[in-house]
Design a protein around this ligand. Structure first.
Ligand code: DGJ
Length: 729
């Protein structure tokens, strides 16, 4: 009893002192993050949640007091950037070995400031160790309107010798709730963005990758965290977070002894004990998150808007519809074949022809398949004797733009580049080499290699400035993990490699700011918001089976706007009609990858109509607001609608994937319309001579009715799709 009394008094005194301490607020239109400096000068998270209506209430906020068994009250709380070796016995954000061998770091608040930046307010907080010359600067950019917070950290020291970093999270966030649920996005080639959920219990759940490049092949750098309950589409509190890092990443979720949860997102320190030199600044990647109290649906819309406004390359620009040749010809083409495909592109009505892999390398290294030629970016004379200008001429004649595929970070050992510069490839000097897709990864830590990779883009643009688009591929993880350039500093390989990659991407964007680029990695193994600063869009998956695509696109749509997601109509799953395949691709940035010879006249006419519709509705589909309505994960169907910013136009997409016998087909209720407006419902994307099958077709409804009662757009026939244009009268 006595001990309990002492504990209560001590806690009360502590709270009294603490309530007068310095408080820092990071705030958006809907979220508040409050931090407070303790009397001892340490910085604690005191609140992360729905925005407080009365800012003055913040004075009551305190970090949780952790009782000790002896009745004393310790400093242990939700330390904002907890370091190893202190009162907290769980996972730290920062762990370093000082040059004298000491493994502890203790950070104290020094100062902070807030300033207006593009889109919001940046809070910069400086922390410093008193015993060692180590400083950490925490950055938080709060995007007010979009309710998104972007945060990262900088670590620096002025010890006499390098220190070794073994943990360097981008940030650290805490939650106190009875239950936590995690939705993760596992992946593999042709199985990207597969969603699964689990409850988090005591201990750690780690999502990480060790692939180096093609780094998100097995799991993607984003997650959804249900706080207090399961992750749900339309309700509940969910934190949706993503790391802007194209290399190895790690998310750690740890539930501690009293049921609090901490989240640590950052670079994966695996095989990366970072030797930080005196005065060198270690900048972590950006962690971007939104906290939604209305489920993932709202959270996704926050992120979509943020991405288009502040992050994605050319976030407000249009996107080019295209015809690609990879699924159609693979490596087997020549000038004439491509010229006729360009005419097919024109016939379809798309904007561009995109030439894929196989157009480069000569002689014994000729790229006939994926065994040779990567690294030798001269046009293949046998296939394309008149080079890139002739292709651009053919595109001009056909009346389409011309885009081209590259994979500039890689080399086939069977190439002139490798013969000339074997030291430019990441490979082990003293072991047998193993290959992934017969290739090796170039050593981007080496500035000379960075220059070379940049020159791949630059030379192509110089060969013909009419080149209007790049598809930048990356098909191999880092194998034979040894950088000839880094010598004794192999522990920096995974990090310096990605920093080198960004140096190249930055340079490309600086020199060619208006050239749109597709980020591709053997499908969708690169899908992060740092790379997407340099790319207008990404390739979601080589799996273009429209049924599978419904799941994949549903998954990626959680974090990315449709504008960033490329979807092509191909011959995968011929059981599905061309209409169904096209309707699925039309939810995202539309493209084709098939020959018109595979289509009937009616199918070609259908595609022409669908392309024209898509282009007309592009402002609504790519720039509008997305509402996911019916999940393929929960039902046998899928539906979503987009609404233009002024609510004058909406497009509804509905798919019957695998309906069951005698299944009850319920109306789909639209979202995001203006309840007081009246809308005309019209089914579009119909096969020639087909009549609309929807009962609602041609009728006018109020927005209120469409959202409360809805319309019947599902059928009992599998692989049926409907695209519905909804126009305010
Ligand atoms: C993998 C990509 O995902 C495909 O679209 C295609 O470009 C091939 N690489 C070419 O090698």
């Amino acid at each position: 009893m006595k001990a309990k009394h002492i504990l209560t008094c001590a806690a009360a005194l502590w709270c009294l002192i603490a309530s007068h301490a310095q408080t820092i607020q990071v705030t958006t239109s809907e979220t508040d993050l409050f931090m407070k400096v303790s009397p001892a000068g340490r910085l604690y998270q005191v609140y992360l949640g729905e925005k407080l209506a009365n800012p003055s209430d913040a004075e009551h906020l305190d970090w949780p007091v952790y009782p000790s068994s002896d009745g004393s009250v310790s400093e242990r709380g939700w330390e904002v950037y907890a370091c190893s070796g202190n009162e907290d016995f769980f996972e730290p954000a920062l762990a370093m070995q000082h040059s004298d061998g000491n493994l502890t770091t203790r950070l104290y608040y020094e100062s902070h400031e807030q300033k207006a930046v593009e889109g919001g307010t940046e809070t910069v907080i400086r922390l410093r160790d008193k015993a060692y010359p180590v400083a950490v600067t925490l950055h938080y950019v709060a995007y007010t309107k979009e309710n998104v917070i972007k945060t990262w950290s900088e670590i620096v020291h002025s010890e006499k010798k390098p220190v070794t970093l073994s943990a360097y999270a981008s940030t650290m966030l805490y939650f106190g709730a009875d239950k936590y649920f995690l939705t993760e996005f596992s992946s593999d080639w042709a199985r990207e963005a597969q969603m699964s959920s689990q409850q988090l219990q005591y201990g750690k759940k780690v999502i990480d990758t060790k692939l180096g490049s093609r780094a998100a092949m097995h799991t993607h750098p984003f997650f959804e965290l249900g706080i207090g309950g399961e992750v749900e589409e339309q309700q509940g509190t969910v934190l949706m977070g993503t790391l802007g890092w194209t290399g190895n990443f790690r998310f750690t979720f740890e539930v501690d002894n009293v049921g609090n949860l901490r989240l640590l997102p950052g670079i994966n320190p695996y095989a990366s004990l970072y030797q930080l030199k005196p005065n060198e600044v270690f900048t972590t990647p950006e962690f971007i998150f939104t906290l939604s109290n209305k489920g993932t649906s709202k959270g996704s819309r926050n992120l979509h808007e943020w991405a288009r406004n502040w992050s994605l390359k050319d976030g407000h620009g249009n996107r080019l519809t295209l015809l690609n040749n990879w699924e159609n010809t693979a490596f087997d083409f020549n000038q004439d074949i491509l010229a006729s495909l360009m005419k097919e592109a024109k016939k379809l009505g798309v904007d561009m022809f995109l030439l894929d892999d196989g157009w480069f390398a000569n002689g014994k290294h000729e790229r006939k398949d994926d065994h040779a030629g990567l690294g030798d970016w001269d046009v293949n004379h046998a296939k394309l004797p008149q080079g890139l200008p002739a292709l651009c001429n053919a595109a001009d004649e056909a009346g389409v733009k011309f885009g081209i595929w590259i994979e500039p970070e890689m080399v086939n050992p069977n190439s002139e580049l490798f013969e000339k510069h074997p030291e430019w490839a990441i490979t082990l000097p003293n072991r047998e080499t193993y290959y992934y897709r017969n290739q090796l990864v170039l050593d981007l830590a080496n500035p000379k290699v960075q220059d070379y990779v940049y020159s791949v883009v630059d030379n192509i643009m110089k060969a013909d400035p009419r080149i209007a688009f790049f598809k930048w591929d990356c098909n191999s993880p880092i194998t034979n993990v040894y950088s000839p350039y880094l010598n004794q500093h192999q522990h920096q390989l995974y990090i310096d490699h990605i920093r080198g990659l960004y140096n190249v991407m930055r340079r490309v964007k600086e020199h060619y700011p208006d050239v749109p680029m597709m980020l591709c990695s053997g499908g969708g193994a690169r899908c992060d918001y740092e790379a997407l600063k340099y790319f207008t869009e990404f390739w979601c998956s080589d799996n273009t089976d429209p049924v599978e695509r419904c799941y994949i696109q549903w998954g990626f749509s959680q974090f990315f706007p449709s504008k960033a997601m490329c979807a092509h109509v191909t011959s995968w799953n011929k059981r599905a009609s061309v209409k169904f395949r096209t309707d699925v691709a039309s939810m995202c940035k539309l493209g084709f990858d098939m020959g018109l010879k595979d289509l009937t006249d009616d199918e070609i006419k259908y595609c022409q109509t669908a392309v024209a519709n898509w282009k007309r509705l592009q402002p609504c589909i790519l720039d509008g607001v997305q509402y996911r309505l019916i999940s393929p994960y929960d039902t046998n169907h899928m539906a979503l609608n987009y609404v233009s910013a002024d609510k004058s136009k909406a497009v509804l997409f509905a798919y019957d994937l695998h309906p069951r016998f005698k299944e009850m087909l319920r109306n789909v209720k639209l979202q995001g319309l203006d309840a007081s407006k009246r809308y005309m419902v019209k089914e579009i994307n119909l096969m020639p001579n087909a009549q609309p099958t929807l009962e609602a077709d041609g009728k006018i409804f109020s927005g209120d009715y469409l959202m409360k009662v809805g319309i019947n757009v599902f059928s009992a026939t599998e692989l049926t799709s409907h695209v519905v244009e909804i126009t305010a009268q």
